[in-house]
Design a protein around this ligand. Structure first.
Ligand code: AMP
Length: 423
């Protein structure tokens, strides 16, 4: 787990702020769920891999609890209980920290942040398309370039293996292996489960099928799975989602991978992850999970969602040298020349803050030149120098730090001068 120093914290909050703006643009309402949840709730709904990596302990009431390793279980709990009777569709947004005892490596932390968007109530392809388009726009809005979506559909593999009689547990281990790109081991597990030779050949061919020309790839997948009717329906579904996006005019760079699997077991349909070139870790990922809500005892409710990895997006912004777009800097330092003008300096600081300007007061008792040097070092935009001589005429000195120019202004005009100058 890391300490985020000011530079890192600022980047993190920037991504969080843009993801919140995007939630509003798409009509996702924020919910806040606890960091600590019942172990049983989390354990029952997440994948084996994540379950083993949870931070688990008994609280003073001897309840087994765990730090949340993902948002979806908590959100699904709400949708199956307190939000059960809400009209559909229901769009929910959550942002915060998550905890997994992963092996630390580049882009993998034990405490990390996600911005999570989930759309409940629609099984239609436009809902899947919305989640992809939203993610595309979030990454664009943040200033990232050349990002690409790796896309697949869990239905393709699941329907083939189900038709071959493979049980859920074995299917999950095949998925886990595919998630780690261990194609050969996945084939071995399938073979040991006594699937047909035809099935093994189909799987092998699927694992090799990927490409950026989405419809060409899907055409070839259709041929490969033609003997598995339900798998064919899954391919058609992915086709429809991508066709909708294309026809809407949205530019979405994709890499369709027929053998793509994600670690979490609850996915039932389209799945995806976002990448930038040169960074081999997913910035975010999601997909459709139509069966999860009923696992919580609720009515079956179709759902599709995405988790954006805020920490990894920060790494991607740093890699692509994107500096967060911020409003023109209007920060102010107020420096009192003498002790006797300090009260006035505090009064003026309050006046400026009341108009929304960020203000620091010089509190170290330094000389004017040293206080200015310090403000300069920290990139403050304006200094207001409050001295007894100017105060006699109800004036102060306003200094533009970058230009190193200063002038005397009337206190009654001070706020307007700064605001006009930095508009
Ligand atoms: P998941 O919840 O596993 O589907 O992951 C969704 C996204 O969260 C990933 O694409 C990553 O961007 C991010 N993520 C997952 N695990 C970690 C981690 N240990 N450290 C940093 N980011 C992570």
């Amino acid at each position: 787990m890391r300490d985020l120093l000011p530079v890192d914290a600022k980047r993190m909050r920037y991504v969080e702020q843009v993801s919140r703006e995007v939630s509003k643009l798409y009509g996702y309402d924020e919910i806040i769920t606890p960091v600590l949840e019942s172990y049983d709730l989390l354990a029952a709904k997440t994948s084996n891999e994540i379950r083993e990596r949870m931070y688990t302990f008994n609280d003073l009431g001897d309840r087994k609890v765990a730090l949340r390793p993902e948002f979806t279980a908590s959100v699904a709990r709400l949708v199956a209980t307190k939000l059960r009777n809400e009209p559909k569709p229901m769009r929910l947004f959550s942002v915060g920290s998550l905890y997994r005892y992963d092996e630390p490596q580049y882009g993998r932390f034990r405490e990390f942040w996600q911005a999570n968007y989930e759309l409940f109530g629609s099984a239609r392809p436009e809902a899947d398309a919305e989640i992809l388009i939203l993610t595309n726009n979030l990454l664009k809005k943040l200033g990232l370039q050349n990002f690409c979506f790796k896309i697949g559909h869990t239905g393709i593999l699941r329907e083939i293996l189900t038709q071959e009689g493979m049980d859920d547990e074995k299917q999950n281990s095949v998925r886990q292996l595919l998630d780690k790109k261990s194609w050969a081991d996945a084939l071995t597990v399938a073979s040991e489960a006594n699937v047909s030779q035809e099935c093994l050949a189909t799987l092998e061919s699927l694992f090799e099928t990927s490409g950026e020309d989405a419809f060409k790839v899907l055409e070839s997948v259709k041929e490969t799975v033609q003997d598995y009717e339900s798998a064919l329906a899954a391919v058609e579904n992915l086709w429809k989602i991508l066709e909708l996006i294309k026809d809407s005019g949205e530019q979405l760079e994709v890499l369709v991978e027929a053998g793509f699997a994600r670690g979490l077991e609850y996915y039932t349909g389209m799945i995806f992850e976002a990448y930038i070139p040169g960074l081999d870790i997913a910035l975010g990922g999601g997909g459709r999970y139509d069966k999860l809500i009923e696992l919580f005892g609720g009515e079956p409710i179709p759902a599709v969602g995405v988790a954006q990895g805020i920490d990894r997006i920060v790494l991607a912004l740093t890699k692509q040298e994107v500096t967060p777009k911020t409003a023109k800097d209007r920060s102010v330092v107020v420096i009192s020349v003498k002790d006797e003008s300090m009260a006035k300096a505090l009064e003026l600081s309050a006046m400026l803050r009341n108009r929304g300007l960020p203000v620091e007061v010089a509190v170290m008792g330094r000389s004017i030149s040293r206080a200015l040097a310090d403000a300069d070092r920290r990139g403050v935009a304006y200094a207001v120098i409050v001295g007894p001589k100017e105060l006699e005429e109800e004036k102060v000195v306003l200094r533009e730090m970058k230009k190193s120019t200063q002038r005397t202004v009337k206190i009654s005009n001070l706020t307007e001068e700064i605001l006009a100058n930095s508009a």
